[in-house]
Design a protein around this ligand. Structure first.
Ligand code: ZN
Length: 277
């Protein structure tokens, strides 16, 4: 079955080695050349959306920039359906950030935006970002937010300064209320606030979820149930590659025994409709 993976980090740059080992992944399995990275997705019949965000914890690596992700998507259209762009959230001038977003929206390869509130140290419902959300809501481009626990800074003193609170799903509830036209994707099941996320996604029609960071059999039970039931039209297949293997994620989704019609929606048609692919 063809698939769209809405949550792919270019493994070729910006790799957080601590996170990579947290997922018990073997570096030898990781395609580090752009050609190998692209052909892995082509072989699996998966079109990926590339996340153009660089984790603060991968300081020594060449940066994953919007330009870099866009270049990959342009060179390998069979593998990559487009880019989820990122923006600098700590810059002083909010107008400059809005201009940058408007500029990115003109690029047809930009299919949406991705934010990581814990790592980017901002709260999505902070009013100081409302000008930006207004633009993105009006653009109809989906906006993805990391939710829940993050492996970045995990098991280090002070969590490397990263606050989990910014990743709480309830902040997206506020955003979804204030911007009812904004298409919001909560990335990951939001653990340890999975129930909170299920409440938000069930209540707000404009909040979607993705399966990334987990093999299907390891997804919290409440999440597994919801995406086969009430949320089946709003759940998107995502891996969090390279932290989770795309082959294993596909096999695992096959193995959990979801109905074919549900599987097809999660793997393909929900993302196709949401991103207009
Ligand atoms: Zn991710």
């Amino acid at each position: 079955m063809p698939a769209i993976d809405v949550h792919v980090h270019p493994g070729t740059r910006g790799l957080d080695l601590d996170a990579y080992s947290y997922f018990r992944r073997d570096l030898k399995e990781l395609p580090r050349s752009e050609e190998d990275f692209a052909s892995l997705f082509v072989q699996q019949d998966v079109k990926a959306l590339l996340i153009a965000w660089h984790p603060s914890t991968a300081a020594g690596e060449p940066r994953v920039t919007n330009e870099y992700a866009l270049e990959l998507a342009t060179k390998h259209p069979a593998a990559f359906a487009g880019v989820l762009a990122s923006l600098e959230m700590q810059r002083e001038d909010p107008e400059a950030r809005i201009r940058q977003a408007a500029e990115l929206l003109k690029n047809p390869k930009v299919k949406g935006f991705k934010f990581h509130p814990p790592d980017q140290a901002f709260c999505p419902s902070d009013r100081k970002y409302y000008g930006l959300w207004e633009l993105l809501a009006g653009s109809q481009s989906p906006v993805m937010f990391h939710t829940g626990f993050t492996v970045l800074g995990a098991n280090s003193d002070g969590g490397k300064g990263i606050a989990l609170d910014h990743g709480r799903p309830i902040h997206l509830d506020t955003l979804a209320r204030d911007f009812p036209r904004m298409k919001i994707i909560a990335a990951h099941p939001g653990w340890p606030w999975c129930e909170e996320l299920m409440g938000v996604a069930t209540h707000k029609r404009n909040v979607y979820v993705d399966t990334s960071g987990y093999l299907a059999e390891h997804l919290p039970e409440i999440f597994q149930k919801a995406i086969q039931g009430r949320l089946q039209d709003k759940a998107l297949f995502g891996t969090d590659f390279p932290y989770v293997s795309v082959e294993k994620a596909l096999r695992s989704l096959e193995a959990v025994g979801f109905k074919d019609v549900v599987k097809e929606k999660i793997l393909y048609s929900n993302a196709q409709a949401l991103f207009g692919l």
